[in-house]
Write a protein that binds this ligand. Structure first.
Ligand code: NAP
Length: 284
């Protein structure tokens, strides 16, 4: 039976450590603050931002939400981002996706100051990550890496197969795993015979958004299986991409959903807000 990687517990520990750091910043007269922008109604986004706001409360980070109506123009969105870039009381800016289809989300991300880019989505952050420089790493890949580190899983020379190539999860994960000296393969919707890659993998990271996509026969005995997927079943249950009940019988390590990558993503967002506050206030 696989060892469970407990993201919920690990995230709690990270939040506790961050609270101490945050208290230290407050003693210096600094008040870390995260601004979250939502555009239009989206029930899943509401749940995500509520969880982010709760985590901010716990760590001691000030949280401010900006809700823009569905018919917001690109210019209005950009104006708000520019205003928040200039606002010295704001340390981190997060634009919650999705936003209405008529708006250009990449253009909006590009407008966020790289110094406040706590989601790690700006070209500057992505470029620095690719070059192996210190930067804001997008929160989900960062959470995955942190889990791997905390469970002392060494990726050196290991074969890592990433399922999914999105800008926010799959692509930054490539750089994160390369930085740990893994041999990385990325599969996506056009990949033929995915199981031929996964069956040979020491580590499988799935981020595609399809329930029970990763089945027991796709996994090598003892492999590490990280499930990034968040899917809602017809019965309203939250499940990952991995057929957990069966895969845990063959895997060496496995993350549950819920209670795996999800809480780690939010913990790393908190980490990035504290990092942003520190970097914006370096003592001369
Ligand atoms: P996305 O932008 O929709 O990307 C999905 C990726 O999966 C794409 O690269 C797509 O390939 C690939 N894919 C789709 N169907 C496939 C198939 N049948 N076989 C192989 N590859 C397939 O999604 P995302 O934003 O990266 O999110 C992925 C999942 O992670 C979702 O369930 C999301 O809810 C979850 N998520 C969780 C967290 C967390 O904190 N735990 C954070 C972010 C996202 P193409 O590129 O070829 O289309």
């Amino acid at each position: 039976m696989a060892k469970i990687i407990d993201g919920k517990e690990l995230a709690k520990k990270i939040r506790k450590d961050l609270k101490e750091k945050c208290d230290g910043l407050k003693k210096r007269g600094l008040n870390p603050k995260l601004a979250v922008i939502m555009v239009g109604e989206n029930s899943a986004s509401k749940v995500y931002v509520r969880n982010k706001s709760k985590a901010c409360d716990e760590v001691g980070i000030e949280y401010q939400e900006y809700f823009l109506e569905e018919d917001t123009t690109q210019e209005q969105l950009m104006d708000l981002i520019k205003r928040l870039n200039e606002d010295k009381t704001v340390n981190g800016i997060l634009l919650q996706s999705p936003i209405p289809r008529n708006l250009d989300i990449n253009l909006a991300f590009k407008t966020i100051s790289f110094r406040k880019d706590v989601d790690g989505f700006t070209p500057s952050s992505i470029g620095k990550l690719t070059m192996g420089e210190d930067t804001f790493i997008s929160c989900t890949p960062y959470g995955v890496v942190k889990m791997i580190e905390e469970y002392n899983i060494d990726l050196t020379g290991k074969s890592v197969v990433i399922l999914g190539r999105s800008n926010i999860v799959g692509k930054p994960l490539i750089q994160c795993c390369l930085a740990k000296d893994a041999t990385v393969t990325v599969c996506h919707s056009k990949t033929k015979n995915i199981e031929e890659y996964t069956k040979k993998a020491d580590v499988i990271i799935s981020a595609i958004g399809k329930p029970k996509f990763v089945t027991k026969d796709m996994v090598k005995e003892g492999a590490v299986v990280i499930d990034v997927g968040i899917n809602r079943t017809d019965e309203g249950k939250i499940v990952g991409d991995v057929d957990f009940e069966n895969v845990e019988k063959v895997a060496g390590y496995i993350t549950p959903v819920p209670g795996g990558v999800g809480p780690m993503t939010i913990a790393m967002l908190m980490n990035n807000v504290i990092k942003a506050t520190e970097e914006q206030n370096v003592e001369k």
